[in-house]
Each structure stands twice: as structure tokens, then as C-alpha cells.
Design a protein around this ligand. Structure first.
Ligand code: HEM
Length: 342
């Protein structure tokens, strides 16, 4: 025990050496013990109990189920009409176009391109002329990605297209996840998407390359019942139907029911309805009624909405799944439209 009578310079030198050497030794052990306990406690709270722990900031490897994807779907669906000043009041049509352009680059021969990868996030694909304007859809979905960081962009973009089609009262499109995100070195070459100024031979070149036939080409083009052309994107201007935020077979009715005359203007070659006046068609749309084999399908779909919906469902499911390395035996799920799950 320390005593004021003991000093290093007076009295019992043996006791002095005990004090000098044993005290710091004991203190050091206690000091290291204290550090160890504090560090362990800190690590425990940081990694296990703390919601801001490192493990939470990385996408989870946890297996996701139908309920998780339904939540993402609901978030997209609730926000489609959040900005009524945008276009015709819905982001739905541009989400469908993003899902189509992400998938429509697929090449069945080389298994390159397609919805697996979401490579349009990178140059050069995001600057390809055909993709003009699609940053709007990417930015819309980025806010959803922040809320559900575990979903891949590639799955999210296709889920966005499916949610948009279903919410705009189109057919139910079966869904299954499994797309991976890839970097810019996997961007497909420019020119794989169709050119709106060209005819049916060109459409066949593009769609046959993916693995489609004439009937499927006509069914897929029925998506032009939605949305519009924007002169500041690809140069064309106007909508195809009177209800651009509702998925219908009106596109085929308009193709057959109006007289299409070339529009007189400074922009690229497009057609104006003699009766509808405000509606338009692209040269590639008119190719569907100029080509005999394709026209047969236009007539059938104009007659029969159910047939169109069922053929569109089959073709678009193929389109969205080309080249995706789905896990063995993974089922397709049905995501409920908001109006039904409410
Ligand atoms: C046949 C070949 C096709 C051509 C040449 C073509 C061309 C175009 C063009 C030029 C636009 C206007 C883009 C703009 O100015 O914003 C457009 C819009 C659109 N396309 Fe296509 N398209 C084709 C096939 C498809 C397919 C297969 C789908 C879906 C399955 C689709 C869905 C859409 C939608 C929903 C819009 C409206 C986008 C919006 O309102 O922002 N298109 N397309």
C-alpha cells in the first residue's frame, strides 16, 4: 500500500521497487482489459444491434419472394400518376418503352443484349439515338431502387414495365426475377432497335433476330396504344390513340379505320389521320397494314381484344425474358394490380 513516508529516495528500497514495478504492471493489465471490453461491446452494437451497421448497407443475399416483389410493384404503381403535368398524366408509357428498349437489343445467335444487365445505365448505350428520353424512366425508377436496394436494376426495369402495363388496364404479365446487373463493357452495339422510318423487311430483320415471328411483331406493336412521340426526342410528334394512358386494341382500329396522309411539316416523315387529325402513325406502323401477312393480324386484333391481350402477354413475356439466366425451376408469379390488392 502506498504510504506518504515511502519515497523513492528514502527508507525501504525493496518495498519501493515493488511499488515502482508492480503498480504499472497491474494498471496495464486493467487498462488492456478495459479496452478489450469496450471494443467488443462497440463491435457488438455496431454490427449486430445497430440498424446502420455495415451489413445493412449492402444488398441483402436473402432469398426474396412474391411478397417482396409485390411491394416494389405497389410502390411503382402508386407513383405512376404522381406528376399530372408529365405528358398525359402518367409515367406508365415511358416505363413500358424503357422495359422494351432494355430487352429489344437481344440477339438470339450470340445471346447478347436483352433485359439481363440493364446496361443502358452506361455509355455508349444510354446515348444511342433510339434511347433518347429514357433517362426520365431511369430516374423515376431510381427513387424506387433507393427504397428497395436489394432488387437489381435489370429486374426493376422489367418490373416497372409490367406494373405500368397492368396498371394501365392491360393484360396480366407473369413475372419472375433473376436478371443481373452488368457493367458498360456489355453494352450492345447501336442499331439493334427498330428504325421508325423503315418498312416491314426491316421490322422482320430486327424482330426475327430476337426470335419472333410476324404475328408476334404485330402483337408487340399494339403497345403503341400507349404514350406518344416527342419532337425533342426522336423528332416525331403526337399520340397513336385517343386514350394514351389506357392499354387497349385501339391502335389496330386506328390503323384500319383512318386514312393516313403524310404530314406536311419540317420534321421526319410521319402520317396524320384525315379524320382524327390529331393522331399520328410512323412509317413503321403503317408497314403493318401494307404487308399482307402482318395485316391479317392487325385485322384480327382490331376485332378481338381478348385475342390481342393473350398474344401480347405471350410475346412480351418472351421479350422480357430473353437471355436471362433464371435459377433452375423458378416459377412465374402473378403480381396483383393495385386496384385488386386494395
Ligand atoms: C416496331 C418497331 C417500333 C418502332 C419503330 C417504335 C418507335 C417508337 C417511337 C419513334 C416512339 C416515340 C418516342 C418518343 O418520341 O418519345 C415510340 C414510343 C413508344 N413505344 Fe415504340 N416502337 C416500336 C415498337 C414498340 C414495342 C414493341 C413496344 C412495346 C412492347 C413499344 C412501346 C412504345 C411506347 C409505350 C411508347 C410511348 C413512350 C412515351 O410515351 O414516352 N414500341 N416508339
Amino acid at each position: 500500500m502506498w504510504h506518504p513516508g515511502f519515497t523513492p529516495f528514502h527508507g525501504n528500497s525493496c518495498k519501493m521497487s515493488e511499488i515502482i514495478f508492480k503498480l504499472p504492471e497491474r494498471l496495464a493489465i486493467e487498462f488492456y482489459l478495459a479496452i478489450f471490453i469496450t471494443a467488443s461491446t462497440f463491435a457488438y452494437f455496431l454490427c449486430i444491434r445497430n440498424p446502420f451497421s455495415l451489413s445493412a448497407s449492402f444488398p441483402s443475399k436473402q432469398k426474396r419472394g412474391l411478397k417482396d416483389y409485390q411491394q416494389v410493384y405497389n410502390e411503382i404503381a402508386r407513383r405512376l400518376e404522381e406528376n399530372l403535368d408529365y405528358d398525359d398524366g402518367s409515367y406508365g408509357p415511358i416505363l413500358v418503352r424503357l422495359a422494351w428498349h432494355a430487352s429489344g437489343t437481344y440477339d438470339a445467335r450470340t445471346h447478347s443484349g436483352g433485359s439481363n444487365g440493364a446496361t443502358m445505365r452506361f455509355h455508349p448505350e444510354c446515348s444511342h439515338g433510339a434511347n433518347s428520353g429514357l433517362m426520365i424512366a431511369q430516374n423515376f425508377l431510381e427513387d424506387v431502387k433507393v427504397k428497395f436496394p436489394w432488387i437489381t436494376y435489370a429486374d426493376l426495369w422489367i418490373l416497372g414495365g409490367i406494373a405500368a402495363i397492368q396498371e394501365m388496364r392491360g393484360p396480366i404479365i407473369p413475372w419472375r426475377p433473376g436478371r443481373l446487373d452488368k457493367d458498360g463493357s456489355h453494352c450492345p452495339p447501336d442499331g439493334r432497335l427498330p428504325d421508325a422510318t423503315r418498312g416491314s423487311n426491316h421490322l422482320r430483320d430486327v424482330f426475327y433476330r430476337m426470335g419472333f415471328n410476324d404475328q408476334e411483331i404485330v402483337a408487340l406493336c399494339g403497345a403503341h396504344s400507349l404514350g406518344r412521340c416527342h419532337s425533342d426526342r426522336l423528332g416525331f410528334e403526337g399520340a397513336w390513340t385517343y386514350s394514351p394512358t389506357t392499354f387497349t386494341n385501339q391502335y389496330y382500329d386506328m390503323l384500319l379505320g383512318d386514312q393516313w396522309v403524310q404530314r406536311k411539316w419540317d420534321g421526319p416523315r410521319q402520317f396524320q389521320g384525315s379524320m382524327s387529325q390529331t393522331l399520328m402513325m410512323l412509317p413503321s406502323d403503317l408497314a403493318l397494314i401494307e404487308d399482307k401477312a402482318m395485316r391479317t393480324w392487325v385485322e384480327k386484333y382490331a376485332e378481338d381484344t381478348e385475342l390481342f391481350f393473350s398474344h401480347f402477354r405471350e410475346a412480351v413475356t418472351k421479350l422480357f425474358e430473353f437471355g436471362v439466366p433464371f435459377a433452375e425451376g423458378i416459377d412465374r408469379w402473378i403480381l396483383q394490380p393495385l386496384r385488386q390488392s386494395a
